[in-house]
Design a protein around this ligand. Sequence first.
Ligand code: NDP
Length: 431
Amino acid sequence: MWTDLFTFNSSHPAQIVGWVIVGGIMVQVGCWAGGGVRRYVFDRRRIRLEQERLTLDIHAARLRIQSVELARSAWNGIRKFTVSQKVFECDDTYSFYLKPHDGKPLPSFKPGQYLTFQLTVPGSAKPVIRCYSLSDCARPTHYRVTIKRCPPPAGSSHPPGIGSSFFCDSIKEGDILDVKAPNGHFFLDLEKPRPVVLISGGVGVTPMVSMANALIEAGDNREIWFFFGARNSRDHMFKDYMAELVAKHPHARIHVCYSKPLPADVHGRDYHHESRVNVALFKELLPSNNYDYFLCGPGPFMESITDDLRAWGVPDSWVHYEAFGPASVKKAAPPEVKKSLNDAPVAGIEVTFSKSGITAIWDSAYDSLLDLAESRDIKIDAGCRAGNCGSCLVAVKSGEVEYLGGHGADAEKGSCLTCICKPKGKLVIDA
Ligand SMILES: NC(=O)C1=CN([C@@H]2O[C@H](COP(=O)(O)OP(=O)(O)OC[C@H]3O[C@@H](n4cnc5c(N)ncnc54)[C@H](OP(=O)(O)O)[C@@H]3O)[C@@H](O)[C@H]2O)C=CC1
């Protein structure tokens, strides 16, 4: 009988019923198995997404803890730091490791921020205020800054930079320095998961090292492109350090450009491109222009790269830069600043510097009141030139000023931070 059932005979009703039952069972089993596979795949995907969300939550919680710690352990005014190590990096460039003299933990900071120093330089009547970028990520025990002797402008008879020369020539291990808490609006936001291009020239590499270090040590897997330009191996700071750092990260790449390699410099070993850092190189190497760009280096470097990025269709909001001292980015001022500077009524305004007895005419070629003062050789102290350190604060005797962007240091009523403001109308300031 069983053999009959398995021998097909369309006229055997029991056999037909049997096949229908078997077919039904097979369809059921198939559905059940298919559903099971789908459920399995779906569950795996859900678990993976939950794990990723958990990792992101942990990361966000860590960042929140860091910012609470920052608020708790940041200090107002001056804190004493001991120079625990002074390390030669390359020609005229040293790293300084700074430990808090009170031995208490240090607040965290955002990668890209700087420290402000109040230096007692022999021969200077007043303390010299200088800002230097932190060149490592945040650590509870010490900070690191890396300082290159700032040369005088080409062809001038000025001496080299007072602050940077003091650090390079006079500061030694064991010295105690007066330092203000980390500050600055140029930083990489670790909570924004955009891929980044870190672009630097010369000692402008310092904030980029801090950014790369912070990303890599946080286990952040975003794409990192690191472009560094130096004249040659004599100026190539952090060479081994950066190569080792980048090797730890699955999506980090480094490209070193030498503008004037020495005969002993080897292509492929010491550097990758015999050129300046430039946007043509980004076009050749980057898969698209969809990145956040961070820039720091000499003024002309910043100007040409910001201009060329804009021409490549990169929106200004993706381009972040630091401009200290001579490295100001005149052409690439933020849009709101540009708009403000281009407003017609500000041209032709009289600004009187009462102490110097000089009256000058403001026009949109100047970046700020400080810029106007310096064009007339009027001395106003300046540190960060970004409205944070407060050293360019000057009393307003009459008239009003307008700020060109956000500023960290509070300007007292009746005073102005000359590095980030312009006159609103006829103005007299105490400088
Ligand atoms: N946080 C901050 O804001 C910081 C800012 N800085 C600033 O960074 C600057 C670095 O100075 P320094 O180390 O002396 O730099 P260098 O004068 O040594 O220049 C470094 C490299 O940049 C190249 N370069 C110059 N102009 C351009 C350009 N237009 N396009 C592309 N590459 C260019 C140079 O090429 P070439 O040899 O052909 O001239 C050189 O290879 C300083 O002005 C300093 O103020 C530094 C540290 C921190």
